[in-house]
Design a protein around this ligand. Structure first.
Ligand SMILES: C[S@@+](CC[C@H](N)C(=O)[O-])C[C@H]1O[C@@H](n2cnc3c(N)ncnc32)[C@H](O)[C@@H]1O
Length: 294
């Protein structure tokens, strides 16, 4: 599929495709032992900026709670199986209801703590009551099956940076593979994983997910500490940001792009780039020479 021109690292809009019918759930002999699901929950406020089906920012279509509950997951899960179910904080009771409808009993959860580039909590989250910097995976069991041995020393938290709207961290896959046995199925998948069966209306390899995707940079939109115009940046954060800005600058972004994306001044970006030893380009594109760290 032809993609629009874009700079490396820039957030691009891909043309929206038509909603596609999802194929029936896949099945496998003996059933899937581990299922990961990230349903397209429908929120009461469907026009708000964070809603998946926000008109201008259309990301993906959603399903009613009943439609999610009615998916025949119990038919394709093994007799003894694990379920990892992503649930927005506001819909915890609905998540519990889905888990039960699919034939699993809730036993625990895993928290995704969204971090900024410098390791602090990513305060760009949204929420009516609190600013959410975490999301939850409910963990349920069908029949009788303990987690695998490595899970006993696995803390129930994934700490990583966030990416596109609703995109979940890749760290979830090694986490789950270490704690639960295959065969693995991801429901409502958008990015196929080696060794996993994937199902969803955007799961096919030739389908480009609707909405915004970040290319040329695995970590998604940049997230930086909020600073007043002349506030000093802590040294450790300055180093981390310098390296990150350099990587993006060297892959084609301009100082102005970085300033726009982060809200930092041109001067601050320039000095962070220079302290990371970046060779700055002249306006026309040539390098102006090497700036030593300092
Ligand atoms: C919350 S997103 C999944 C995000 C994914 N876990 C990620 O990390 O990128 C929900 C997905 O469910 C898909 N979806 C919506 N309605 C569906 C339906 N009726 N059947 C199957 N998939 C559907 C959406 O298109 C979207 O890809």
């Amino acid at each position: 599929m032809a993609r629009p021109e874009s700079r490396p690292g820039a957030a691009v809009r891909v043309p929206l495709r038509e909603v596609q019918d999802a194929p029936p759930l896949p099945s496998i002999e003996g059933g899937f032992k581990t299922i990961l699901a990230d349903p397209p929950w429908r929120f009461a406020n469907r026009t708000g900026k964070v809603a998946p089906e926000h008109r201008r920012l259309e990301r993906y279509s959603t399903m009613t709670l009943d439609a999610i509950k009615q998916l025949p997951v119990a038919d394709i899960a093994a007799k003894n199986a694990h379920l990892y179910l992503w649930v927005p904080n506001a819909l915890l009771p609905e998540g519990m209801a889905v888990m039960e409808a699919w034939g699993f009993r809730y036993v625990s959860n895993v928290v995704w703590a969204k971090r900024r580039i410098d390791g602090g909590p990513d305060g760009r989250g949204v929420g009516f009551y609190f600013r959410n910097v975490t999301e939850l995976i409910l963990f349920g069991v069908r029949g009788n099956m303990r987690t695998l041995q490595p899970a006993r020393s696995q803390v129930n938290m994934i700490e990583s940076r966030k990416r596109e709207h609703s995109r979940k961290p890749d760290e979830q896959y090694p986490f789950i593979e270490a704690c639960s046995p295959g065969p693995f199925l991801e429901m409502f998948a958008r990015h196929a994983q080696p060794g996993w069966s994937a199902w969803g209306d955007e799961a096919a390899a030739d389908v480009t997910p609707r909405g915004q995707v970040h290319r040329g940079y695995g970590g998604g939109a940049i997230d930086v500490p909020h600073l007043r115009p002349h506030a000093r940046i802590p040294q450790q954060a300055a180093q981390v940001l310098g390296v990150e800005f350099r990587r993006r600058y060297e892959s084609g972004l301009s100082i102005r792009d970085l300033a726009t994306e982060t809200g930092y001044s041109i001067q601050r970006i320039r000095s962070l780039l220079m302290s990371a030893g970046t060779e700055l380009r002249e306006r026309g594109g040539a390098n102006t020479g090497h700036f030593p760290p300092g």
